[in-house]
Design a protein around this ligand. Structure first.
Ligand SMILES: [Zn+2]
Length: 264
């Protein structure tokens, strides 16, 4: 998601939290092996030839591969006990988990499970699967958050198959309409539209479409802009074309360097 655009549209002031020194915060841990396995397990749903032992993923929005990953995500959040699971008109999946308070807006986490054509396995999926892993860890550790938590898989963020990008989040932010998002046309000249592709895989739903319909208190996203070289050994990925991710030592944000074909 293009954060400045998104935050500005919603009137959100960006704040940085770097203090993770509280005793409770230090106890928080996820199961990194499980997250790693999920990333590589779900990479099986990719166009043939795009994924190898070295990595890679081609799961364009609205394809059968996208449907398989979406169906898997739906199963996971239901199994985890989501109090609500919805798909909206632009195909975004929204799972909500109860917090201690029902009358406060949820804190959202997520990204996109669909990928760019020659992307890596982390670009997008890490944000959704990472959010899922956080929620699993909360459950296992008996942690009930103050606010509800929403896990979101946003549709067509990168615009790899349909232009313009941000197919669902721009509608959510009030910057576009459902009709315009559905009319987004395929980059391959086929004349396919996002709306028809989502319809074909059964992912046009009646869930909330806008911030007004589904207000959130904030949105966390782990996001890596990458091509497949991020997944190669370090000595092979050196050079200006390599996707690269590093964690800032003073904050929880990810610094990233993207390729020009990536929107975010
Ligand atoms: Zn991305």
């Amino acid at each position: 998601m293009q954060r400045q655009h998104f935050a500005r549209a919603l009137g959100i002031t960006r704040r940085h939290y770097s203090d993770v020194n509280s005793t409770q915060a230090q106890k928080l841990k996820i199961n990194s092996s499980r997250l790693w396995n999920d990333i590589h397990h779900t990479a099986q749903w990719s166009a043939p030839g795009a994924t190898t032992d070295a990595g890679g993923l081609c799961r364009l929005s609205g394809t059968t591969y996208d449907k398989r990953a979406r169906d898997w995500f739906a199963d996971q959040v239901r199994t985890l006990g989501a109090s609500s699971y919805k798909v909206n008109a632009t195909g975004s999946q929204i799972a909500t988990f109860d917090g201690q308070k029902a009358n406060v807006p949820p804190v959202a986490m997520g990204s996109h499970l669909d990928s760019v054509a020659t992307g890596g396995r982390f670009d997008g999926p890490l944000g959704v699967l990472g959010a899922l892993e956080v929620m699993r860890s909360f459950k296992e550790q008996g942690i009930k958050t103050h606010a509800p938590i929403a896990l979101i898989n946003w549709t067509n963020e990168e615009g790899a198959r349909f232009m313009p990008p941000l197919g669902s989040s721009s509608v959510y932010a009030g910057q576009s309409s459902i009709e315009a998002a559905h009319a987004s046309t395929a980059n391959d000249g086929s004349g396919d539209t996002l709306g028809a592709a989502l319809q074909a895989i059964g992912y046009v739903g009646d869930g909330p479409n806008t911030f007004q319909e589904f207000p959130i208190a904030g949105h966390f996203e782990i996001h890596v802009e990458q091509q497949t070289s991020l997944e190669r050994p370090v000595n092979q990925s050196a050079g200006s074309k390599a996707g690269r991710a590093s964690r800032s030592s003073k904050s929880s944000s990810m610094e990233k360097m993207g390729m020009p074909t990536l929107t975010r």
